[in-house]
Design a protein around this ligand. Structure first.
Ligand SMILES: [Zn+2]
Ligand SMILES: [Zn+2]
Ligand SMILES: [Zn+2]
Length: 94
C-alpha cells in the first residue's frame, strides 16, 4: 500500500483511490466506493465524511453568487449508513 500521493498505475489499480490519489486498504474496511475507490474504514467514517460533504454542499448553495455568506443551513446529520445516498468523495450514487 502506497500512502504517498501518486498517479494510478496498473500495479495499484485494485487499491488506488481516485479521490485522494493514494492506495487504500480493500480488506477489513466497511465500504469501498466502486467509482473512486475510496475505502471507508468504518460506518462512522462514512457518516462523518457524508455529513460534512452535505454540509459543505448546502453551505455553498446558500451563499450568494458574490460570495456573501448567508450562514449555516439547518441540516439534520444522517446517523444511519443506510441513509447515505452518495459517495462523499466523488458524489457517485451508492
Ligand atoms: Zn495507486
Ligand atoms: Zn467515490
Ligand atoms: Zn480516498
Amino acid at each position: 500500500m502506497n500512502l504517498a500521493v501518486h498517479a494510478p498505475s496498473s500495479s495499484c489499480e485494485q487499491t488506488h483511490c481516485g479521490a485522494h490519489d493514494v492506495d487504500e486498504p480493500r480488506e477489513g474496511v466497511f465500504k469501498v466506493c466502486l467509482e473512486c475507490g475510496h475505502a471507508f474504514a468504518t460506518p462512522s467514517d462514512l457518516l462523518a465524511a457524508y455529513n460534512s460533504e452535505r454540509r459543505r454542499m448546502a453551505e455553498a448553495e446558500l451563499d450568494g453568487p458574490d460570495g456573501t455568506d448567508y450562514g449555516t443551513p439547518a441540516l439534520v446529520p444522517v446517523t444511519d449508513v443506510r441513509q447515505v445516498e452518495f459517495c462523499p468523495c466523488c458524489a457517485h450514487d451508492f
